[in-house]
Write a protein that binds this ligand. Structure first.
Ligand SMILES: Cc1ncc(C[n+]2csc(CCOP(=O)(O)OP(=O)(O)O)c2C)c(N)n1
Ligand SMILES: [Mg+2]
Length: 576
């Protein structure tokens, strides 16, 4: 007699039909019938991770890079609580991650039984939708809602599934799901007219773009060309707007560089395209501002806007482009481009002097990686100083991806992010810039990378401490405390775990070590012993905070005086 479908079978049918190709997690108790059904289904690859959180970071990267939903799982109680940090990251990154949370057997719910936790309460913070599947009759509705919400609203959803329900017979139903392409989304004609009038009325326009420019490169560059408008970008916007764009003028914020900050302050009209940039002190007050975003809730929440429009950036810019007049003056654009070129030269100091500067400067290391890496490499940065080096020294190119825990800013994201990317894009070069604190936090999952023979290249910025926090403390006038630790030789750890391990301590060996690690087969760890006193700034220092310190680096960098800042930093004097 043919085997009857279980609830878990039906769930996997629907998830696979929705494009789920992988499920990361750890099995056990309530999830056993779920994993049994996954095995029978055969269309979803189960990636057994060593820590559920690593599985979610991998899923977040995979989901964001592929724009397809990815599943994770954790089993009742502690297994599901391990998912939480990663799921909040998914929420902040807008990643369609569907969590299958093993739940208490239905005959024990609300009795305080072993490992019991209320999924509605637990997932309240990260999840866009939590369905507790306690009756097989709910199957299609709960799974369908979890899929559609994750994909269309861009974020994590949860299916809480007790083992007894997962293994019970599915009802007669059609367990299919339909997928759709993103709809065209642009403002109404009168609003487009208002946007065109504002653009025409402005002598100088600056564009600032974020992640919403993902599919809008050509449209934004065409608009910049017609308006002679400099184009600045957020960290997320960098990968979509920096390459193939003669109008690109860098980033704002404390990771910022180039002419973007001034160009935004000193224009008549600032167009904020697909950005929810949270560091409000860097957004301009003086010019008129228009914001275009796919999400209405983003409009006007970071800064006042004179016009806020709901739309995809590509659709909206394509629609307004024929309506606006070409601008003739180039002075505004030329100023911003000149300032950007000067910044590039300035931050090149670190690189030029790098080969003879001991200890190894992370700026030099990362710029060598930038040169050696391919045009389609996917880069990941841990929260910490790695983000700064990626923002400044890794060039966005057409085929590259730059990714991190950019809004949740969790540590330990980059190695598992790289794992997710390596699984999703076999053969692609995948490089993680790991903090030594971040790397050791989820180190166990190097074993997963090794087991899967994934060619992820893990660059450990071995600075012997939580350098980012060190700098925060120094900036705040607090004596750094609790930020230093002792590291093992990570190349030996890597070798013991089955990966290639290389350690580099002398700047003269950096180029060879990077070449070797990036070109060897399989997983590799480069243990790079770097200068712990490299300049880096916490992203959340505000103008107010920075201005509290007479010689603060932050203040000087905020005012575009990186060269002065370097001179006042004793550890950097030798670079000048
Ligand atoms: C899970 C988590 N814990 C703590 C923090 C606060 N935090 C932000 S950066 C950082 C230091 C990171 O150290 P490391 O990974 O060594 O990178 P480094 O800054 O030294 O390059 C800490 C503790 C965080 N963001 N996430
Ligand atoms: Mg560190």
């Amino acid at each position: 007699m043919a085997r009857r479908k279980t609830v878990a079978d039906a769930m996997w049918d629907m998830l696979a039909a929705a494009g789920v190709r992988r499920c990361y997690g750890i099995v056990g108790d309530a999830l056993n019938p779920v994993i049994d059904a996954l095995r029978r289904n055969g269309r979803v690859d189960f990636v057994h991770v060593r820590h559920e959180e690593a599985g979610v970071f991998a899923a977040v990267a995979e989901a964001c890079l592929t724009q397809s939903p990815v599943a994770v799982c954790g089993t009742a109680g502690p297994g599901v609580t391990h998912l939480i940090n990663g799921l909040i990251d998914a929420r902040k990154e807008g990643a369609p991650v569907i969590a299958i949370a093993g739940d208490t057997p239905t005959n024990k719910i609300d009795t305080g039984t072993l490992e019991e936790v209320d999924p509605h309460l637990l997932f309240q913070v990260p999840s866009l939708y939590t369905g507790r599947l306690v009756n097989p009759a709910q199957t299609r509705a709960v799974v369908q809602t979890a899929i559609r919400t994750a994909v269309s609203d861009g974020g994590p959803t949860v299916i809480a599934l007790p083992g007894d329900i997962a293994g019970s017979e599915a009802p007669d139903d059609r367990f299919e799901t339909v997928t759709h392409r993103p709809p065209v989304l642009r403002p109404s004609d009168p609003d487009l007219g208002a946007l065109a009038s504002m653009i025409d009325a402005a002598d100088t326009v600056t564009i600032f773009g974020g992640d919403g420019c993902r599919d809008a490169h050509d449209e934004v560059v065409a608009l910049a060309e017609k308006l002679s408008a400099p184009v600045g970008y957020s960290f997320r916007g960098k990968q979509w707007l920096e390459w193939g764009n003669p109008y690109a003028v860098g980033m704002i914020g404390l990771l910022g560089w180039g002419g973007a900050y001034k160009a935004m302050q000193e224009c008549d009209l600032c167009l904020l395209l697909g950005t929810d940039f949270p560091f409000t002190d860097f957004l301009p007050d003086k010019p008129k501002k228009v914001q275009v975003d796919r999400w209405a809730s983003h409009l006007g929440r970071r800064t006042h806007v004179d016009l806020g429009l709901v739309g995809h950036v590509a659709d909206t810019v394509a629609a307004v482009l024929p309506l606006v007049q070409r601008k003739t003056g180039n002075a505004h654009l030329d100023r911003a481009l000149k300032e950007t070129a000067e910044w590039r030269k300035l931050i090149g100091h670190y690189v030029e002097r790098g080969p003879e500067t001991k200890p190894i400067r992370p700026e030099y290391l990362v710029s060598v990686i930038n040169e050696v890496a391919g045009d389609d490499a996917a880069f990941f940065a841990d929260t910490g100083t790695a983000c700064i080096w990626m923002a400044r020294y890794i060039d966005a190119r057409k085929g590259r991806h730059l990714f991190g825990s950019l809004s949740w800013a969790s540590m330990a994201n980059s190695m598992p992010n790289a794992m997710g990317a390596a699984l999703a894009f076999p053969g692609r070069q995948v490089i993680a810039l790991c903090g030594d604190g971040g790397f050791t936090m989820l180190l166990g999952d190097l074993l997963t990378i090794v087991e899967r023979e994934l060619p992820a290249k893990l660059i450990v910025l071995n600075n012997g401490g939580l350098e980012f926090v060190n700098i925060e403390m120094e900036e705040a006038g607090i004596e750094p405390f609790g930020t230093k630790f002792r590291n093992p030789d990570f190349s030996k750890v890597a070798e013991a775990m089955g990966a290639t391990g290389v350690r580099v301590e002398d700047p003269a060996d950096v180029a060879e070590a990077v070449h070797h690690v990036l070109s060897c087969e399989g997983p590799a760890v480069l243990d790079a012993v770097v200068d712990p006193y490299a300049i880096s700034l916490p992203p959340h220092v505000t103008f107010g905070m920075a201005e509290g310190f007479a010689l603060s680096l932050a203040k000087q960098v905020l005012h575009g005086k990186l060269d002065d800042a370097l001179r006042t930093a004793t550890h950097n004097v030798r670079l000048l």
